[in-house]
Design a protein around this ligand. Structure first.
Ligand SMILES: *Cc1c(COP(=O)(O)O)cnc(C)c1O
Length: 377
C-alpha cells in the first residue's frame, strides 16, 4: 500500500523528548518552545513567532488580534480548510467568499477590491499547496482600505514570495505543524506577527488572557487577568518533537522537493498531451513541495481514477468541498461575484502521495498507474 501521507519522523525526536522529561518541565513555553519560536523568527524574519496548539488556534488568535466584531466582514477564498473561516465566524464575522485563480487555486487578487464594503475588516488569504498568493496586490489593497491581512500559511512553511517568507508578509501569519504538514509536532502551529507592537497582547491572548509571560520575564511582579484569551500554548513534549525537525528542515525540504520534481518530470508527457494539468508555480514564488496534485477533466473522471489507483494499492485524496456550498458556509457567508473556478477546479483536483522519505520507486508506481489509466481510457 502506498499511503497518501506518512507523518514525518526525522530520527532525533525521541532524544529531544527525553531531554524534556529530564528537565522536568513539560508544560508550555520552556526551552524547546523558545527554540522553535526563534527558528521561525530567524527563518521568516517576522518580528515575533509564538508556537500554538494548532494552526486553527493561531487563526483564532489572529481574529482576536484583528479585533473582529459581530457584523464585520472578512474576505477569503471558499476553496480552503474550515479553520480559515471558523476563526472569524467565532468572533461574529460575516464571510465574503471570492473566487480563486485556476492556475494556483489561490484567491484571485483582482476580484478582492469589488468585494470590499465599509464593513470589511480583514482579508484572509490561503497559500494553497505552499504557493503564494499575489501578495503585493493584496497588501496594497489592505493599505488603501485599512484592512488587516491574515495569511493562512498552514501549508507554506519555508515557501516565499519575492524573497519574503510566507506567513511574515501580512499582519499575522499562521503555520500548521499537524502530522499532514511538512514539519510536525502531531498537533500544533504557530502565529507569526509582522509588527512587534502586537507581541505583548498576543502573548496575553495565548496565556488565558493573563500577563503570565511578562511575569516570567520579570516585567511585572504579579500576573493577573488583563484581557480575553484562551490556552493556545503547546506542551514542551510536542515542541521538542517539532524542534528535531526544524533544526533539520533543509534536509526534509530537499527530500520533499526531490519527490515533487520526480512527479513533475514523470507526468510532464501526460500534461503535454492535455490529459492532465500540473501545478503552476508563478515566477516570483518559491514553494516547499508541500503537495503534489494533478487536475483531470472532471469529477467523474477523478472518481474513476481514484478507484483505479486504489485497486493498485495507491491512496490518493481530494479536498475541499467549497465552503460556500456547505451548510455552515451558507449560514455564515455569501459568495461575491461568480463561482467561475472554485467549484469546477476543486472537482478536478487530486492529491498524490507526498511525504518525507517517499520512495522513488513508489513515485514511479504512482506515475505508472496514472499513465496506465489514461492509456486504457
Ligand atoms: C492544515 C490546515 C489548517 C489547519 O491546521 P491545524 O494545525 O490542523 O489546525 C488550516 N488551513 C489550511 C489551509 C490547512 O491546510
Amino acid at each position: 500500500m502506498i499511503h497518501f501521507n506518512v507523518p514525518p519522523v526525522y530520527g532525533t525526536e525521541e532524544e529531544k523528548i527525553h531531554e524534556v522529561i529530564e528537565l522536568r518541565k513539560i508544560c508550555g513555553d520552556g526551552e524547546f518552545t523558545k527554540r522553535c519560536n526563534h527558528w521561525i523568527e530567524t527563518d521568516t524574519g517576522c518580528a515575533k513567532a509564538l508556537l500554538t496548539t494548532s494552526c486553527t488556534h493561531a487563526l483564532e488568535m489572529a481574529a482576536l488580534l484583528c479585533q473582529i466584531q459581530p457584523g464585520d466582514e472578512v474576505i477569503l477564498p471558499s476553496y480552503t480548510f474550515v479553520s480559515t473561516a471558523n476563526a472569524f465566524v467565532l468572533r461574529g464575522a460575516k464571510l465574503v467568499f471570492v473566487d480563486i485563480r485556476p492556475d494556483t487555486m489561490n484567491i484571485d487578487e483582482n476580484l478582492i477590491e469589488a468585494a470590499i464594503t465599509d464593513k470589511t475588516k480583514a482579508i484572509a488569504v490561503v497559500h494553497y499547496a505552499g504557493v503564494s498568493c499575489e501578495m503585493d496586490k493584496i497588501i496594497s489593497l489592505a493599505k488603501k482600505y485599512h484592512l488587516f491581512v491574515v495569511e493562512d500559511a498552514a501549508q507554506g512553511v519555508m515557501s516565499s514570495y519575492k524573497g519574503k517568507a510566507l506567513g511574515a508578509i501580512g499582519d499575522f501569519g499562521c503555520f500548521s505543524f499537524h502530522e499532514t504538514k511538512n514539519y510536525s509536532m502531531g498537533e500544533g502551529g504557530a502565529l507569526l506577527i509582522h509588527d512587534g507592537k502586537y507581541a505583548d497582547i498576543a502573548e496575553i491572548i495565548r496565556e488565558k488572557g493573563t500577563n503570565r509571560s511578562q511575569f516570567w520575564r520579570g516585567k511585572v511582579d504579579k500576573y493577573r487577568w488583563v484581557d480575553i484569551g484562551s490556552s493556545y500554548l503547546p506542551s514542551e513534549l510536542n515542541a521538542a518533537y517539532l524542534f528535531a525537525q526544524l533544526e533539520n528542515a533543509e534536509k526534509i525540504f530537499n527530500d520533499r522537493m526531490e519527490s515533487w520534481n520526480h512527479y513533475y518530470s514523470g507526468l510532464k508527457d501526460l500534461a503535454a498531451e492535455e490529459k492532465i494539468s500540473l501545478p503552476v508555480i508563478p515566477e516570483n514564488c518559491t514553494h516547499n513541495a508541500h503537495m503534489f496534485y494533478i487536475k483531470v477533466k472532471d469529477i467523474e473522471e477523478r472518481s474513476r481514477l481514484i478507484s483505479y489507483l486504489k485497486d493498485k494499492d495507491i491512496e490518493t485524496v481530494f479536498h475541499y468541498i467549497p465552503l460556500h456550498t456547505a451548510p455552515a458556509g451558507l449560514k455564515f457567508g455569501r459568495f461575491h461575484g461568480d463561482d467561475r473556478y472554485t467549484t469546477k477546479e476543486s472537482e478536478r483536483l487530486l492529491r498524490l502521495p507526498m511525504y518525507y522519505r517517499l520512495k522513488g520507486e513508489d513515485i514511479e508506481a504512482v506515475v505508472g498507474g496514472i499513465k496506465d489509466f489514461f492509456a486504457e481510457n
